[in-house]
Ligand binder design. Sequence first.
Ligand code: PMP
Length: 383
Amino acid sequence: MDIAQSVQQLKPSYIREILAAASDKNVISLAGGLPDEKTFPIDLMTPTLEALPAMTQVFQYGSTSGYEPLIEHLTQAYRLPATHQVITCTGSQQGLDLIARAYVNPNDTVVMEAPCYLGAMQVFGLMQANIITVSQDEFGPNIQQLEQHFKVSSPKMFYAVPDFHNPTGVCWPLEKRRQVAELCIQYNVAFIEDAPYRELRFAGEELPLVSDFCPDHSIVLRSFSKVASPGLRVGTITGKQSYLAPLIKVKQGADLHSCVPVQAIVLGLLEHPDFPKHLAQVRALYQSRYNTLFQALKTYLSDDCQISPVEGGMFLWVTLPKCDTFKLAQELLANNVAVVPSPVFYPTQDEAPPAMRLNFTNANSEDLLIAVQRIADVLTNAR
Ligand code: PMP
């Protein structure tokens, strides 16, 4: 049987390969985007887990848009306007997939940041979108370039991760959020705001969503993967009803609805009086690991490597002197450290400046220090 053309053109995932290599116990992995298993709030989920056997109704088919008590809770928690709604989905990754399938025809233009979340590139690539990119610095996307794209290419949507970007860790300042929202309204482009790391802020001031400035031109994706556990596979999509109605149709075809018992577990977790304490502990743990990694990089790497500080999330982006980053990643792996080289995050890999993404949430501080020393040694030997 011939494989569909849309699937044939998918490249093998380098990340999957490197993660397989990094699962070796001797490798210190800074490659994945994994939360630390020790943070999974199993104890806060236990009351619901114990109550489930008596909750026969959650084992019945459910509603496509989600488990009603969870939807009610989230509608209030997210302070949604009356015209907006919540859909729960099987991880925010499914939200992305539903958006792409509901709205993107082959050759429709989608603007993304460069570098960009790999999973989004895959989803829009599968729909054979015409992906164009806007460059990014430590303050988010280049506004002049973005406006030029909006003017010249009339894209359907702009997909971005404004809070603690994957892979760069960048968090857009307030003014950038306003500017992007204004452009989306002016040029009638839907803003797809992917916010799985938003709750992981450990420093600085919380900022409004970009979508708060363009609520009728945006869809927001959130996730419980980073603040609860990724294995639960629960995320949410919010936006105005007319934007979300086609997504419900597509979800019906995809899986009828997300797992109801798991949605009940998430509700129990959110309503648990100790959930805010749990969040604070996760943030504090990641902040201390980030501090270790950042300080070690500043201490051990030479001045031609640039590292911008972050205020949350899971990743640091290290800009390197000119080199073959794939070869560097292989050499690091031979020295039992896994990192992800920059080209993986660019639709056109040749355009990637030399850099690597480092995760600071999964390895402990001791291992982070050892990893940085090994990175510094490999970089010195490569000179
Ligand atoms: N968006 C971004 C930017 C991500 O980094 C991830 C996970 N790595 C996802 C979406 C998907 O997350 P999930 O499906 O677990 O909610």
